[in-house]
Design a protein around this ligand. Structure first.
Ligand SMILES: Nc1ncnc2c1ncn2[C@@H]1O[C@H](COP(=O)(O)OP(=O)(O)O)[C@@H](O)[C@H]1O
Ligand SMILES: [Mg+2]
Length: 251
């Protein structure tokens, strides 16, 4: 069965960076083929991975609703949608990728979403690891696009406010009764050493601290120069932090 690793958190807390560097570490460990899912409509996981994505699931679902009548004869809706979804799966050497996007235009997406869940279920069997970069609003959680998550990593900035937001998101996930194997906290863009008070609040929260990444000039530069994070040198301090964190979640 595949292991689903999902990254969640408010916008700008380092989710996409984390997803990309987790994927990088999984690839280095030979955990392939790997499925990367960009569930953030402000999609940029593809850029961080250096992958070009032309079409998203959102547009396929919208087209599907609009062209319903044009369903070819002798094919079920489910089979037709699966065929369309399969066409937009971006297949690479080690990484395949899907972007969720957002459905365009009005319509009831309930049936389409149910079919999407079935498609994910069958697709996931092909991959030992699936990494999902979630959107800040967590709509896909409430639509339960993924039936279960093995490892859910909440990103926060280095602030007590950030920790409170993580707590709210984590409670939301509990209320939705999504099956989650383990939850972790990841704090990004911190100073070299974390204040004891901050660590005390983390301990009070009761969510294990997977790790933290220090404010890193190389990451900032990659972003500004639009260089995929896959091209960072292996010696990068942040790359190494993720190596260590991935090592821990895999054990
Ligand atoms: N450890 C870090 N050091 C420096 N900049 C970082 C670090 N982690 C993330 N960033 C930068 O912070 C910004 C937000 O990160 P991003 O991963 O895009 O967040 P999100 O996906 O949660 O919106 C990006 O410009 C990214 O390059
Ligand atoms: Mg992002």
């Amino acid at each position: 069965m595949s292991k689903i690793i999902a990254v969640a958190g408010k916008g700008g807390t380092g989710k996409t960076t984390a997803a990309a560097l987790i994927i990088r570490s999984l690839l280095r460990r030979g955990k392939t083929p790997l499925l990367a899912v960009d569930a953030d409509p402000n999609a940029n996981l593809a850029d961080s991975l250096g992958i070009k994505i032309e079409e998203s699931i959102g547009s396929v679902l919208s087209d599907f609703l609009r062209d319903r009548a044009a369903l070819p004869p002798g094919i079920t809706k489910q089979a037709f949608l699966e065929m369309k979804l399969h066409q937009i799966l971006k297949e690479g050497k080690d990484i395949d990728m899907l972007a969720m996007g957002v459905p365009e235009g009005p319509g009831c997406y309930c049936a389409a979403n149910a079919m999407l869940r079935d498609y994910f279920d069958s697709l996931s069997k092909n991959y030992p690891y699936i990494v999902v970069d979630n959107e800040a609003g967590m709509e896909h959680f409430s639509r339960k696009t993924a039936g279960r998550i093995d490892i859910l990593i909440f990103c926060s900035n280095y602030s007590l406010k950030g920790l409170k937001t993580v707590k709210i998101l984590s409670d939301m996930v509990d209320e939705l009764k999504i099956a989650v194997g383990a939850k972790y906290l990841l704090v990004n863009r911190t100073p070299e050493a974390l204040e004891q008070e901050f660590l005390d609040r983390v301990r009070d929260m009761g969510m294990p601290l997977l790790g933290y990444t220090v404010m890193d000039r190389e990451i900032e530069e990659s972003e500004i120069k639009a260089v995929p994070l896959m091209h960072l040198p292996g010696s990068s301090a942040t790359v190494q932090r993720f190596e260590e964190m991935v090592g821990r979640i895999l054990t």
